[in-house]
Design a protein around this ligand. Sequence first.
Ligand code: PGA
Length: 265
Amino acid sequence: MDVVILKDDAAVAAEAAAIVRQLLTQKPAAVLGLASGNTPLATYRRLIQDCKQGLISFRDVTTFNLDEYIGLGAEDPQSYRHFMQRELFEHIDIDPGSTFLPECGVGEDPLAIGPAYEALIRSRGGIDLQILGIGQNGHIGFNEPASSLRSRTRVKTLTRDTVEANRKYFDDPLKQPRTAITMGIGSIMEARQVLLLATGASKAEAVRQAVEGPVAAMCPASMLQMHETVTVLLDREAASRLELHDYFEWVAEQKRLLLDSRADA
Ligand code: PGA
């Protein structure tokens, strides 16, 4: 894992956007895996800016989101489809027909959505770069603790903690869904590159367990230790419980020196 500790949320967003920019420059028809939630918002704002300035284009990009609630339609402001439209898609030059979430429409069988979503991802060549947040309980997507580490896209019941953490977004608690369709941990592991973002002290313990703890279903994000190409971008607060904190800063310093010496050569 490449663990990078940055000053603050803005620095995390700048770095994350730079990684996306680099991918889109190399591969304009890239397939991006996207996340909803508070954490990637600043990154999306950077990408919108980059797109408006003509630095990048999403014209040929396809996106697959990690998850969607069951029971909220696209027009519901709390649905992740609505969130993605509002926070990213409406502001960039992406073809709306190339943006996908594991949505379960009225009358559709929720159990059939997962396999169809996976087939669609495969038909687009698989995900080049997956952006992830992390829950306070270590979840990625809605893969809650004790999810199978090889799970595929499926229906998942949220933990009471997750429902509680997201309560602030719902005026009427009775309308808050308890179930969702989420890409599985096994599905996420197939992305060619993974970018995990975490900011704020509330994520520090989950980050410690994901990066330094054992690979365990109780911390789904810990499975990323088994992925070949993961970058973990943290602000100081999210990194504050890492035992190897100083080491990760030392690694960054050594990398900088190496790059500088190559630039000089
Ligand atoms: P957050 O959610 O970005 O809103 O903190 C992350 C998550 O629960 O995966």
